[in-house]
Design a protein around this ligand. Sequence first.
Ligand code: G1P
Ligand code: ZN
Length: 546
Amino acid sequence: MPTAVEIPTSIYSDQKPGTSGLRKKVAVFQQTHYLENFVQATFNVLGGIQGKTLTLGGDGRFYNLEAAQTIIAMAVANGAKRLVVGRDAILSTPAASALIRKIGADGGLILSASHNPGGEDGDFGIKFNGANGGPASEQVTNAIYEETKRLESYKTLSDFAGIDLSEIGLTGVLGTEVEVTDPVAVYADLMESLFDFKAIRELISNPRFQMRFDAMHAVTGPYAREILVNRLGAAEATLLHCEPLPDFGGEHPDPNLVHAKDLVDLLNGDQMIAFGAASDGDGDRNMVLGTGFYINPCDSLAVLCANAHLIPAYSTGLAGVARSMPTSRAVDRVAEQLGVDCWETPTGWKFFGNLMDSGRITLCGEESFGTGSSHIREKDGLWAVLFWLNLIAARAQPARSILRDHWERFGRDFFSRHDYEGIDSDQANALMQALQDRLEQLPGQEFEELRVERADNFSYQDPVDGSVSNNQGVRIFFENGARIVVRLSGTGTSGATLRIYFDQHERDPAYFSVYAQRFLAPLFAAGEAIMQIRHFTGRDAPDVIT
Ligand code: G1P
Ligand code: ZN
């Protein structure tokens, strides 16, 4: 018979959540009381969870199941009324957000380190999403961090053998109802309510239309099978790497040109395949490809906004749109034409929540392969894939010509992000500091023939709760309209990752087909001249280019 017990604990000083929850190496999470401390701190900051309903699930990476059982015991001991857990403790991040909203839960715990590598030597992560289905605000995550530094004990169960999470069903543990639920159904139903499944089914049944979806051995496999194969009639061969593995097959489950290389090569090499897409570890990111080319996420967001009226769920128009600051300004041009507001938020999905809850925006996105809408409060990988399929069907045009038409109408916003991974934190901080120190002197100076117009450090004031987030990245604007943004990643687990974002608008169609790395080369040179990346990091070239 399980009994609630209170266990004294000692604190860890490194439990500050980053861009998206607390992410650490698995071994860090496996330290005594480490996970427990963070979970108890979260419960405490919520004012306790007595009588509350929470969801629980994760991306299935190594340690997912053990962590879930630990959290179940703690939720019961803390007096939760109801706990809804995905079968096998699985819930993709968008499915968790959908589930919280559907059942009116007070929030949920999501076990994920997103696109970071998994396995025993890989990363693990946890975050709390609130009743709106979205990631906790910065005030809440800061409060959790403060609580982790003064915590003295946590509550759990003794004599608890765990719950059988492999079968759907209900178990009562002390006063808590623990329900194991189908992780896919609620999400798949939601998708069916948003898009024209009949039109997509017809498109997919056309033998001239071949597509591939790559789940990268991560959580979206079962979701893609249910939606694309079972509900939309796609052939089994459509699915690549759709068996989830706890270590994602040893790869980075990150859908970009580097890590989803198999899919990229397939679309480049096989002229028969018209459409390709991939999703990340926890299913919230997407990459979309046409035959022989890839659609930059910034362009993808702009195209989806410009064409949203063709989708059943958005046929009455968009309330407004938003993008993270480093995302290219392609969507701003669409918003202007639509006559709706375009909000510029700091990096991270949590800033979109208030804008959605207050009815200010319908669609939003980030350059980091994240696109979404107010149907949930997370970015949503499969949603973006279905949106594109619905568009291809509705416009009876391949992805390539949809994009080309978009550029003809709005011009092309060339965009590229250069990541320098695993650099020494001191070196990264020194580079950022040197840049900050020079910000005021930059305007008027010329670098590689590009003159700086203005430069600042981005800060954001939330229009709903008035909170201010400072130091969200350095922005350098040039007189020709080009822009460079520099910030340090907040999701890494070792060293620092320097992210540099470049974008420049071009109206002349003669340039539309130029390779982005070539088009932006002068801007890269100006960036090097301003930031002295080589000098500060000792690196000659970025590790990942998107
Ligand atoms: C990265 C992305 C950011 C995204 C986050 C979570 O954060 O840049 O857009 O919201 O992952 O998926 P970063 O590592 O840059 O802090
Ligand atoms: Zn993710």
